[in-house]
Write a protein that binds this ligand. Structure first.
Ligand SMILES: Cc1cc2nc3c(=O)[nH]c(=O)nc-3n(C[C@H](O)[C@H](O)[C@H](O)COP(=O)(O)OP(=O)(O)OC[C@H]3O[C@@H](n4cnc5c(N)ncnc54)[C@H](O)[C@@H]3O)c2cc1C
Length: 393
């Protein structure tokens, strides 16, 4: 009998295994893959991650990011670079492997290549069935098996259709051959209700596009159009692509606790819905859940303290980000025109990314800016409704 089983060992699962094992619990972590494993991801982590772990994550950081070069449909380039960092670019195989190694060092028992196939909560304990007729049992199960995982879907009824869809490619390039000066490349307007990006790493450019699953239309065509038109990708072959879902937070998502099972990261749809930032929130929610599980095992609190913490510390920001994404992605051309005229807006948004400005305060301020242009909003709305999908905005 373990104190906790952690199913899935991406950033959420490895962080949970780390914090629980470090606090002295008997922890088993399982993942269907063998690490290091590839994960389709932009791999940009906001600086909010600073100080979340008490070990050094810098060996996995390939680029420090100070801002972005924005475009609208691959044109009208606009550099908005800050003096202070907003994020770090990592390759997920290296970053996730580093977190997993830390969980192991902290004392978690880890089994790779072990797929969870069933979960049974008897009330007194949770029994987890693994592929190959093996099983294990714990007082608590941490569900961290990701966007398409079985635990969120089957046990909690979380709906993958509320997710965003994405296409990504890793384009080989040598860091020393180009100077990207610590910036991301972000394009608005290239896809309905979403955006495209190029995130530079040492050996690769991570290229991707993501948009609301219900509104994206033919996302592969949008990806191809972006990859063939963006200046940074000129002369480069995008190569093989992968498709994935980004389980962004949605209104009405069920509680991430049921009986003795607790959901963290993507499994609980705990991804910020404006940019689709999920790595930091995977680690953050895992840390929050771990401290609640410690209290629970110690008889000091119930597991329902976890959703209460999320409600206090995370979800208000996600709800504002949802409103912001409606505003920006419904009116991308208007939005782009506004940031072109007033780049301070993005500099202020960088503080939301850094975690020093509330998203709700930023949203109210940005909404006032948009409201001050009612005729442009109306024109943009008419175009969005009546134009072909690729002309949205
Ligand atoms: C295209 C794309 C780009 C993105 N870009 C960014 C970005 O730039 N920045 C950012 O912050 N976020 C980004 N995200 C979101 C980010 O990738 C996720 O939020 C993050 O990976 C969540 O971590 P996690 O540990 O919850 O899930 P995951 O990283 O998905 O880990 C889940 C783990 O569970 C394992 N697993 C699955 N099923 C089972 C099973 N049945 N049994 C055992 N193990 C199982 C998997 O092998 C995997 O290792 C992006 C997402 C996508 C799709």
């Amino acid at each position: 009998m373990y104190d906790a089983i952690v199913a899935g060992l991406g950033p959420a699962g490895s962080a949970a295994a780390y914090f629980l094992a470090k606090a002295g619990l008997k922890v088993l972590g399982v993942d269907k893959e063998t690490f290091p494993r590839y994960k389709s991801c932009g791999g940009c982590i906001s600086t909010k991650i600073d100080g979340l772990f008490d070990f050094d994550i810098s060996p996995a950081i390939e680029e420090t990011v100070y801002g972005a070069s924005f475009t609208y449909k691959s044109e009208r380039p606009l550099d908005i670079i800050s003096e202070r960092p907003i994020g770090y670019n990592v390759m997920r195989n290296t970053f996730d492997h580093l977190l997993l190694a830390s969980a192991r060092e902290a004392g978690a028992e880890v089994v790779e290549g072990a797929r969870v196939v069933s979960v049974e909560d008897s009330g007194a304990s949770v029994k987890v069935g693994l592929h190959g007729a093996r099983s294990c049992e714990a007082r608590v199960l941490v569900g961290a098996d990701g966007a398409s995982g079985l635990i969120g879907r089957e046990l909690f009824g979380l709906r993958p259709r509320e997710a965003a869809v994405s296409i990504t490619a890793e384009v080989p390039h040598k860091r020393e051959l180009r100077d990207y000066s610590g910036r991301l490349f972000i394009d608005f307007g290239c896809v309905p209700h979403g955006y495209a990006w190029v995130f530079p790493k040492r050996e690769f450019l991570s290229v991707g596009i993501a948009a609301s699953a219900s509104k994206a239309g033919r996302i592969r065509e949008h990806f191809n159009a972006f990859a063939s038109s963006h200046a940074v990708l000129k002369g480069l072959k995008t190569g093989p692509t992968t498709g994935w879902t980004v389980p962004v937070y949605y209104d009405g998502a069920p509680s991430p606790v049921k009986g003795r099972v607790v959901l963290v990261g993507d499994t609980g749809h705990l991804v910020e819905p404006f940019l689709g930032e999920g790595i930091y929130y995977a680690a953050f929610t895992a840390k929050a859940a771990s401290s609640v599980i410690l209290d629970y095992i110690g008889g000091k609190a119930g597991l329902e303290a976890y959703p209460e913490r999320l409600e206090a510390e995370v979800l208000p920001g996600f709800r504002s980000a949802l409103k912001l994404s409606d505003l920006v992605y419904n009116y991308p051309r208007l939005w782009y025109g506004i940031i072109e005229r007033d780049p301070q807006i993005m500099l202020r948004y960088y503080d939301v990314i850094r975690g020093v400005e509330e998203c709700s305060a930023f949203y109210s301020w940005a909404l006032d800016k948009v409201k001050s242009k009612p005729w442009k909003v109306l024109r943009s709305w008419i175009e969005t409704r009546f134009a072909r999908p690729e002309r949205a905005g």
